[in-house]
Design a binder for this molecule. Structure first.
Ligand code: GLU
Length: 438
């Protein structure tokens, strides 16, 4: 039996990471099994499922490289078929009319009244509930429109779906759906319900916790590959300690038995770290082009900026960039004297007793060096630290904050050489004079 799975989103204009994670798992499973990954757009809510909402969805899938097989199915075009199936169920006695007090009846599906409704979940294991704890449910509303349960199951049958991989908010629906499959003479597919994505408090991850929609991650500068990789690890693990994995590696080892049933905590820090790993592994030329583009956009990089220095800055920054959007903010000091001072760093490193005098002394020594390079700048600070009995640390931090405004960045001596003696001394002198005013 060849695997056929589907992603069946209801377009709303935004694509939540929980939904796209389900898409990713379906895609990985299909590609691992050599099966088909189908797209079914559950657009029966015509108010929300606008063309724009559908395009947003398709854009997100394309951005993440979730290519689908066959033509997409639009559920709203299949209403006649859904209603015909409801008639079939009525004829069989598996469903009945109920007029619920209104003038037009709805169609209700009959759930069993004895025994248990059971299925084996590929993630959660054995699932079941007593028939008496289930209730009959509407499949066609009194206005004649089919309900989600009916449309979803009929389409899954018609599309020959073998496995349903979706969020575990659908577990309750599944008890109903398997009875619908059976009533229609179909074997229910296999189910894999993915654990919920939760925030730090263990509550469902939502907009309130930060970026929750694919489009927001894209806007914030996350790479599609990094987001894809990170979401794959929310509820699944490769069985070894690998985290950063190529798409091919993930496809090669993706099996449903490695899906976890416990809630998956969304960790923005980890995603950001992972994004940095992807940036670090980006071909240098590609990084260089993006880097220059971002700085030009920010008005920081002019055409006459020395190329060799720029190359050196790029080498330093590629391994330190976690998000492309952070580039201008993280290295503006290479391009302008008008850089921002981080308040915490200033308070910690520049406000102390004697710092102004120290910076002036360092500037004087730097000016006197025959050559201004990694070794000579390093030796200057080592020697001064020894002479003052304060050690190198007491030199390094104030100098860094003075010349860059920040507590972190490239190695200090690389930084100094890239800035050049003139700039370094100008800034040290200026900051020494302004410490009280920064
Ligand atoms: N449209 C439903 C959803 O987005 C489909 C669920 C499913 O069967 O995969 O939640």
């Amino acid at each position: 039996m060849s695997v056929r799975v589907r992603f069946a989103p209801s377009p709303t204009g935004n694509v939540h990471i929980g939904n796209i994670r389900a898409a990713i798992f379906n895609w990985l499973f299909a590609r691992h099994e050599g099966g088909k990954f189908l797209l079914r757009i559950e657009d029966t809510d015509r108010e929300r499922s606008t063309d724009e909402a559908i395009n947003t969805l398709l854009d997100c899938m394309e951005w993440l490289g979730l290519d689908y097989d066959e033509e997409p199915i639009y559920q709203s075009r299949l209403t006649e078929r859904h209603l015909a199936v409801a008639e079939e169920l009525l004829a069989k006695g598996a469903a009945y009319h109920d007029n619920k007090g209104g003038d037009k009846p709805c169609v209700v599906f009959r759930m069993p009244t004895e025994g248990r409704v059971e299925y084996h979940d590929l993630v959660k294991g054995k699932m079941g509930k007593k028939a008496e704890d289930t209730t009959d449910f509407v499949i066609v509303r009194s206005d004649g429109t089919p309900v989600f349960h009916l449309a979803n199951v009929v389409d899954d049958i018609d599309m020959g779906i073998t496995h349903i991989i979706r969020g575990d908010d659908h577990v309750e629906n599944t008890f109903r759906h398997i009875e619908l499959f059976k009533a229609l003479g179909a074997t229910p597919p296999q189910y894999a319900h993915l654990p919920m994505i939760v925030n730090n408090q263990g509550k469902p991850y939502s907009k309130r916790d930060g970026a929750a929609f694919v489009g927001e991650f894209k806007e914030q500068g996350f790479l599609a590959q990094a987001l894809f990789n990170y979401l794959t690890l929310l509820g699944w693990a490769p069985g070894d300690d690998r985290e950063v994995m190529s798409r091919d590696e993930m496809v090669a080892v993706f099996t449903l038995d490695r899906c976890k049933s416990s809630a998956a905590r969304f960790d923005m820090k980890k995603l950001t770290w992972m994004n940095g790993e992807y940036i670090r592994n980006t071909p240098r030329d590609e990084y260089a082009a993006i880097f220059s583009e971002r700085l030009r956009e920010a008005g920081l990089l002019s055409d006459d900026f020395p190329q060799q220095t720029l190359e050196g800055i790029i080498d330093q920054m590629q391994v330190r960039t976690r998000l492309y959007n952070e580039i201008p903010g993280n290295c503006s000091y290479f391009f302008t004297d008008n850089y921002q001072f981080d308040e915490k760093a200033v308070n910690k490193r520049l406000r102390g007793e004697g710092v102004a005098e120290l910076l002036l002394e360092i500037a004087k020594r730097f000016e006197a060096l025959p050559v201004f390079d990694l070794e000579s700048t390093n030796a200057t600070l080592v020697e001064l630290g020894e002479r003052r009995g304060t050690g190198l640390g007491a030199m390094v931090h104030p100098v860094r904050v003075a010349v860059s405004g920040m507590a972190e960045g490239p190695g200090l001596f690389e930084l100094l050489v890239l800035l050049g003696r003139e700039t370094v001394c100008r800034r040290l002198t200026r900051v020494a004079g302004e410490i009280g005013a920064i």
